[in-house]
Each structure stands twice: as C-alpha cells, then as structure tokens.
Design a protein around this ligand. Structure first.
Ligand SMILES: C[S@@+](CC[C@H](N)C(=O)[O-])C[C@H]1O[C@@H](n2cnc3c(N)ncnc32)[C@H](O)[C@@H]1O
Length: 217
C-alpha cells in the first residue's frame, strides 16, 4: 500500500484556499525579503516609530516581525480567516491595545495605501487580477516615500500559474521596469521545478525583491 502524498502548500494557494494555506504555513517565520529590508533600515527610533505596510498580510507572520523591529504597522488582507489569525497572535493583540497596528479588511482592487518608508508584499501581489494590477502598482509606488523600500515577490512568466486568468505574472524585463525608479538591493530569480510529482508538480518562477526608491532630484 502506498502512503498518500500530503498536498503541498502551493496546492492550496493555487485554489485560493487561504484557510488551508494558513494551516499549512502555521509557525513559519517572517519572509527573508522582509527581514533583509528591516536589516537595511537598521535601528528604529522607539520615540518616533515609522509606519510599515504589509499588503496581503495573510496570517500575520511578517507583521509580527515589523512590530518587533520597532515599526508601527498598517496590515491589509482580503481574507477574514487570515485577519482573524493575525489578530489572535499575542504580539498583535498587544500592538492593537497600544495602537501600534491598524488592520484593514480590503481587496487589492479597493485600496488607499498610506505613505510609508517600507511596503512589504510577500507572495501576495501575484493574486491581484491583471485588470487591477496597474492601478495597484501605481498606489504602491505612490505610497513609498523617496528613500523608502519595497520588499516582496512577483511571479514570472515561466511560472505554471501564469496561464491562470486572474493572476498577475511578469517577464524579467517587465519586472525590472516596475523598479526603474528604485535601486535593487536584492533581486533573486527563482526558476525551477518543484520537488513534487504528478498533479502536485509546479514550475516556480519567482522574483524575490528588496528595492530602495531613489531620492527625488
Ligand atoms: C500566498 S498568501 C501570502 C500571505 C502572507 N503574505 C505570507 O507571506 O504568508 C496570499 C495572500 O494574499 C491575499 N489576497 C489574495 N488575493 C487578494 C486580493 N484580491 N485582495 C486582497 N488580498 C488578497 C490572500 O488572502 C492571502 O493572504
């Protein structure tokens, strides 16, 4: 008898089954791209904490790291389940009590993003429908102040999900063009087959990005 393979976490993201995705991701630490961006900012003045944005915060793994690095946080997601999980984390409960975090239930299609020195979007922007991506990116770019940073992921055109109608994927050239007013501090292209076989196999094409917006001239 063969043991059934546990479905990989990407299978839940494929279906946009966010509760299943968060279950599988439970206990995971903050994303490396966010940690790199936080490290690049160095120490934060506790008397004047800047505001960080977490777009598509999911169950809050990155928001917690922003708070512990001394930032105030504006977190957003379209999933009730994700936001409930975020709010139930002890660090977030405490930050809600001290007004260090604002949590917004909103879709990417209807956002007003405040100005920020750090905008993080970990594995979330590819789920914005292509018809809305341009407007969302304009909002993101407008929100990031000169000298501020973007951290997160975009998905490439060779990713298996690039053929799904409601996903936003970009070539390397298109991705770099989005950052033409930024200095790329870390830009890694992952272009590889997953280790899964059969129906769970997926080709990954992901850009991992940390970028600093150029200062105004
Ligand atoms: C793959 S998860 C990533 C979550 C988290 N940032 C992380 O790194 O674990 C994608 C997130 O994007 C959110 N999302 C997807 N489509 C969305 C939309 N149109 N508007 C708002 N949030 C959306 C989902 O609810 C989910 O939390």
């Amino acid at each position: 008898m063969t043991t059934p393979q546990t479905p990989p976490v990407h299978e839940a993201a494929h279906r946009r089954d966010w509760p299943a995705y968060f279950d599988r991701m439970e206990g995971k630490p903050a994303r490396d791209t966010l940690l790199k961006a936080l490290a690049l900012f160095g120490d934060i003045d506790p008397n004047n904490p800047p505001l960080a944005i977490d777009l598509g915060c999911g169950a809050g793994r990155d928001s917690v790291a922003m708070l512990s690095a001394g930032w105030n946080v504006w977190a957003q997601d379209g999933s009730d389940d994700g936001l409930n999980r975020t709010k139930s984390r002890p660090e977030i409960k405490s930050a809600l009590n001290s007004n260090r975090i604002q949590i917004h239930h909103a879709d990417f299609e209807n956002l007003q993003i405040p100005k920020t020195k750090l905008l993080n979007a970990s594995f979330s922007l590819p789920f914005c429908p292509p018809t809305h991506f341009k407007a969302l990116w304009q909002q993101i770019d407008h929100a990031i102040e000169p000298g501020g940073r973007f951290s997160g992921q975009l998905f490439g055109d060779r990713d298996d999900w690039a053929t799904i109608d409601d996903r936003s994927h970009f070539t390397r050239t298109e991705t770099l063009a989005l950052f033409d007013q930024y200095i790329l501090e870390s830009f890694t292209e992952e272009d590889r087959p997953s280790k899964h076989i059969g129906e769970n196999h997926k080709h990954w094409h992901v850009f991992h990005i940390v970028a600093r917006k150029k200062e105004s001239k």
